[in-house]
Design a protein. Structure first.
Length: 200
């Protein structure tokens, strides 16, 4: 498999791939100054044949762009062996669950998501495509997270909340009411400090 993105996040992804027994051929990265990360070479162009890929970039918009531009990739899903995932969870292609993650019954996680270190997702949550759930985030039951949203490190979301598309939830925020599309929310309790129109 190839890792698309030779970043710090890409180093963590590489070690998860190693833990799960995947053979990494190389990184792919658009930065011509990068030649090697960890023990792996970095390619600046996509190989001219069908390849297995996991996008190892934390930015949600960038992951979506790469998917749009590369229709022939076969996307790999990685689950760290030290995560706890219910057998009744559905996880889309290209998603990664990192060490210490807990995902409980009847959760649906979309494509190309990042469920980062020690995040907790309780029953019946729905996580749409291209979402990043940061380290130590806690989602209570029946939470909905729209496409492309980023839930910042250590944020907490009470049960039954709906978070819209392409939102940013600040680090440590406590979300006790629904969040509209494109909003940036910070604080305890969470308050909208910025809204933007969606042009994705």
């Amino acid at each position: 498999m190839y890792l698309y993105g030779a970043s710090g996040h890409g180093k963590v992804v590489a070690e998860i791939a190693e833990e799960t027994g995947c053979k990494i051929e190389a990184y792919i990265d658009e930065n011509p100054l990068k030649e090697r990360v960890l023990s792996y070479p970095v390619l600046n162009e996509v190989p001219p044949h069908e390849i297995d890929v996991l996008i190892s970039i934390g930015n949600n918009k960038t992951r979506k762009r790469i998917v749009k531009e590369n229709e022939l990739f076969n996307y790999v899903t990685l689950i760290h062996p030290k995560s706890v995932i219910s057998k009744r969870v559905k996880i889309g292609e290209g998603t990664i669950a990192m060490p210490g993650v807990t995902v409980n019954a009847a959760v649906k996680i979309g494509k190309h998501c990042i469920i980062n270190t020690n995040a907790s997702i309780d029953h019946d949550c729905i996580i749409e495509d291209f979402v990043h759930i940061s380290p130590n985030v806690a989602l209570a039951g029946n939470v909905y997270v729209g496409e492309g949203s980023h839930i910042g490190i250590g944020a907490s979301v009470i049960q039954g909340i709906e978070i819209g598309k392409w939102c940013t939830i600040g680090a440590g925020a406590v979300i006790i009411s629904d969040v509209p599309d494109g909003a940036t929310v910070v604080g305890n309790p969470g308050k909208v400090i910025k809204s933007r129109s969606l042009k994705i």
